[in-house]
Design a protein around this ligand. Structure first.
Ligand SMILES: NCCCCC[C@@H](C[SeH])C(=O)O
Ligand SMILES: [Zn+2]
Ligand SMILES: [Zn+2]
Length: 307
């Protein structure tokens, strides 16, 4: 049954098959868009969920798997698509969100790294690009965007886990995402990047301790989302600006999207708090994804109210 499919982790090949099947099974709600390819030439597919052709309709963006080892992230993108398709017209919140917003979902932003965690090193974080200046492999895609690039909280050392790359958008994966968002910046109102672990709802800035101009709005949205998780699932998520709540992290996709003009920009760190860490067991996928789902719905509904 479908519940077991979504309560398991899936190989890259299985996710590509799932993308294909989901589009084939839902021809008038789902379209797969090829937005680029990885360093090792694997396709980067975005699924577009759209239930109507309302003129100048808003949109939201969710990317998963920017960091390869954070498997609960990829699982959430699949969970979100399945939940949206299954409960449209049945659940009031999902129906209101889809009636008002198209949703762009990138289930695997770092396919080379993800494949590598299945075949070679479960704890791999970065992409798999080869650098000219070092034998070490991989750039941290969440330090490769053009937002205070390679300042404190990133490293110019290719062998580190937070290597910023040779220059901003040096990597095909971050370049593909940045290009897509640049060409859709007038419709995308809400950016969301899914990570693990530590149970946090973060918003700009992470690249500096300065407050975002709509900090009050972002804080209120994150607080309401964390309260929803607390109320429905009795679990605790911290929330706040990235720099103050987790650590300084420049070159991030959320800060870059925010500076592009996407004023509702978030990074979620899903379960858990460290007991299993990146190795969250499949038995906890449904809880972790349901907690993230209620948070996404809470914020998406507020974005619809405000835009
Ligand atoms: N854009 C930076 C948000 C805060 C840091 C997020 C974590 C996720 Se693993 C990181 O990229 O180190
Ligand atoms: Zn991450
Ligand atoms: Zn993380």
């Amino acid at each position: 049954s479908s519940s077991t499919f979504y309560e398991r982790y899936h190989s890259l090949e299985d996710i590509y098959h799932w993308i294909n099947r989901t589009q084939q099974d839902n021809p008038n709600m789902v379209k797969a868009i090829l937005i680029g390819s990885s360093y090792e030439k694997r396709p980067l597919y975005v699924l577009k969920l759209s239930v109507n052709n309302r003129p100048n309709k808003k949109a939201m963006w969710i990317d998963c798997g920017i960091h390869a080892r954070e498997w609960i992230s990829h699982a959430f993108c699949l969970w979100f698509v399945q939940n949206s398709l299954s409960f449209y017209k049945l659940n009031q919140d999902i129906t209101r969100i889809l009636d008002n917003m198209d949703v762009y979902i990138l289930p695997v932003m770092n396919p080379d790294g993800y494949q590598y965690t299945w075949t070679t090193n479960r704890m791999w974080r970065k992409n798999r690009s080869v650098s000219k200046s070092s034998n070490c492999i991989g750039v941290d895609l969440n330090r490769n965007f053009d937002a205070n690039w390679c300042t404190e909280g990133a490293s110019d050392e290719p062998c580190t886990e937070i290597y910023c790359g040779a220059f901003p958008e040096s990597e095909p994966e971050s370049q593909a995402v940045a290009n897509f968002l640049r060409s859709h910046k007038d419709s995308v109102q809400f950016y969301l990047s899914i990570h693990s672990y530590s149970q946090m709802l973060l918003f700009p800035y992470s690249c500096t301790l300065d407050e975002a101009e709509n900090h009050k709005d972002l804080l209120e949205m994150a607080q309401e989302a964390a309260q929803a998780i607390r109320r429905y699932y009795r679990n605790t998520y911290k929330y706040g600006s990235g720099a103050k709540t987790i650590y300084l992290a420049p070159g991030g996709s959320d800060d870059w999207a925010y500076n592009l003009g996407i004023k509702y920009s978030f990074t979620f760190e899903l379960q858990d708090r460290g007991r299993y860490g990146f190795l969250l067991p499949p038995s906890l996928i449904s809880r972790a994804c349901n907690e993230a789902l209620i948070a996404v719905k809470t914020i998406a509904l507020k974005v619809i109210e405000k835009t």
